[in-house]
Design a protein around this ligand. Structure first.
Ligand code: ADP
Ligand code: MG
Length: 324
């Protein structure tokens, strides 16, 4: 008679705590350094873990190996992907020109980045999305709630109240559905982003996550400290957290980015976005904002997987944004 071989059953590793050799003290060090989920361990290098958690290289290699083995890596068919793309919701802006540039509106399930100089309208658009995403689907909204990570202290509830007026929305209800967190450092900002999934799992119908601005803390903190590569690596990690939210929970991620002057550049627009390629490659839609004629704003679609490079003009008004 054949005997069935019983394979020894290993407990499925689901979180960092489950990894062998990771005690509470190590766990805390890992979490403080942003290694709070299995994916971040799976993609880490042994050297990184040794550096932040005071563990031996052998342990680091082992936990990375186990984290990798326990990651669910799945491929999906093109048809499934199309189905998922069809569940994307377009959140309209109030300006037909701008909506046209966006291919119908800001899209859930993806990251939209605006970059531009001070006063170019990045934060105004953030407030606008926070209001308009609350409209019902048939009115160009996503009928959802909003997480607003404010790293510059520029969120103004008064602007939300003003923007509710033309839409005839009850502003106190709208404000209730916006959860604002002030981020004081880049680490704090990263941690806040990592907590969002918990809120969603608790049943909060989050449809938009705003990070205004994405890069200012990173820019300020990494001046003269560490290397640019460190900074880029952290921004990259932060963007991956956001991308996962977009992908997994059909959330619109809206991030703003500053520009740095490049005085040595004589031709073209002498500005470039902070975080450069790292931010750009992780954003689905990249929009450059600048001031136009007579107080207008000009938005240029710089990078989009399915849209042409184009420009749109609009005006920022008390009630939101409108066509010129
Ligand atoms: P940034 O790109 O630096 O985030 P903002 O989005 O805060 O810039 O844009 C600020 C600009 O928005 C102001 O300079 C002004 O032109 C415009 N703005 C702000 N509030 C109002 C308002 N209530 N009515 C009309 N325009 C406004
Ligand atoms: Mg701003």
């Amino acid at each position: 008679m054949e005997q069935e071989l019983e394979m020894p059953k290993m407990k499925r590793v689901q979180c960092v705590e489950d990894l062998p050799g990771i005690g509470p003290a190590t766990l805390e060090k890992l979490q403080n350094a942003g290694f709070s989920d299995l994916m971040s361990i799976a993609v880490a290098t042994p050297g990184e873990l040794v550096g932040v958690a005071d563990i031996s290289e052998a342990t680091a290699k082992k936990v990375i190996c186990i984290a990798r083995a326990n990651m669910e890596l799945k491929f999906e068919s093109g048809e499934d992907l199309l189905q998922r793309r069809m569940s994307a919701i377009r959140i309209t802006s109030g300006s037909t020109e701008f909506d046209k540039l966006l291919g119908g509106g800001f899209e859930t399930g993806s990251i939209t980045e605006t970059y531009g100089q001070f006063g170019s309208g990045k934060s105004q658009i953030a407030h606008l999305i926070a209001v308009r995403a609350q409209l019902p689907l048939d009115q160009g909204g996503a009928d959802g709630s909003i997480i607003f990570i404010d790293s510059e202290g520029t969120f103004r509830p008064e602007r939300i109240v003003q923007m509710c007026v033309p839409l005839k929305l009850d502003s106190s209800e709208v404000l209730k559905r916006i959860k604002i967190a002030r981020a004081f450092t880049s680490d704090h900002q990263m941690l806040l982003a990592e907590r969002i999934e918990e809120l969603i799992k608790q049943g909060d119908n989050v449809k938009v996550v705003i990070v205004d601005s994405l890069t200012s803390h990173f820019r300020a903190e990494f001046v003269g400290r560490g290397t640019l590569a460190d900074r880029q690596q952290k921004i990259n990690k932060h963007m991956h957290t956001l991308m996962r939210l977009a992908d997994k929970h059909n959330v619109l991620i809206y991030v703003t980015n500053q520009v740095m002057s490049k005085p040595d550049m004589f031709f073209g627009d002498p500005t470039a976005a902070i975080g450069g390629n790292i931010v750009g490659h992780n954003s689905t839609y990249r929009i450059y904002l600048r001031k136009g004629k007579k107080g207008s704003r000009v938005a240029k679609m710089v990078d989009a997987p399915d849209l042409p490079e184009n420009e749109a003009s609009f005006m920022v008004t008390e009630g939101g944004i409108v066509d010129v």
